[in-house]
Design a protein around this ligand. Sequence first.
Ligand SMILES: C[S@@+](CC[C@H](N)C(=O)[O-])C[C@H]1O[C@@H](n2cnc3c(N)ncnc32)[C@H](O)[C@@H]1O
Length: 291
Amino acid sequence: MDPQRQRLYKQFVEGTGVCSQYQDETIAGFYATPTYLDACMDALLNLITISPQEVIVEIGCGKGTSTRKIRARNPAKIIAIDPSGPMLRHAQEAFQDDATIECKLGSAEELSRVVERAEKVISINVFRYFEHPENALQEIYRVLNPDGIYLFNVPVMTAQEEAVYTPLYKTLEAVLSEELGKEITLPEMKGVEPKYRKEDMEALAASNGFIVAQYEEMDITCNEETMHAIHERSVAMAKLMWQGSFTEEQIERMVPKLQERLRQFREGQKGKEFFVGRMALVCLKKTQREG
Ligand SMILES: C[S@@+](CC[C@H](N)C(=O)[O-])C[C@H]1O[C@@H](n2cnc3c(N)ncnc32)[C@H](O)[C@@H]1O
């Protein structure tokens, strides 16, 4: 198994390792920004004003869904960066006729390699993936002009019981555990506690030369139809992950089980709105300390 697949295998089958799914060509192909985040992205961008002369640096543009949201605010230019070649290629293709969007390969932790100066840095649905957020903040500090801002969203709390992802991962765990004859715990299940409340963010900001200029929290919910779509995508992804790790026969046994259990879960929750999680919308302002 190639090393990338090996990592994915560890994440989805053994429940260990750091998630790097966006580097995978096939996962990137599957990825779609969930529609339940639409209102959140708008609320985040409403925290600031973007003038028509401004150049915006977007960290973690992915396939460009969030870039379109920023584009709708009419800045002069967007420098959209992402460390995943497969994700960035989708964005490059989507914006090939748009001269106002420049896509570049790069990560938050090495931002100064791809961007010299910036007045506003934005990342949407990305901060949670920083392995060392302080390193990312130090780099953002480095490229920001005095009084520059960094705008981003981050889950304060991810889905709990009766929500979307916990039942999904539990179902995956149950099917895997049955097949392997041992208890399997997926890593996603380990991160449900509140992590980024306002006081945590203030401490993180202060130790990296920022102040929290604005902070709001909003609940993210999704309806049954969206959940169905999430389940379909997850089943397709699980099937893919399992190839190379399980035999065809095992996969043929596991996939229908997974589908049926998820169907039963939806059936039992008809007409409900689901709590996906609580999101913090954060605007940091650079302080006058030398970076
Ligand atoms: C959930 S996707 C969001 C994509 C896009 N912002 C959107 O909302 O449509 C997360 C993206 O963050 C990128 N990412 C992960 N770690 C990153 C890092 N350290 N620096 C910059 N981007 C990162 C991934 O490659 C992926 O494209």
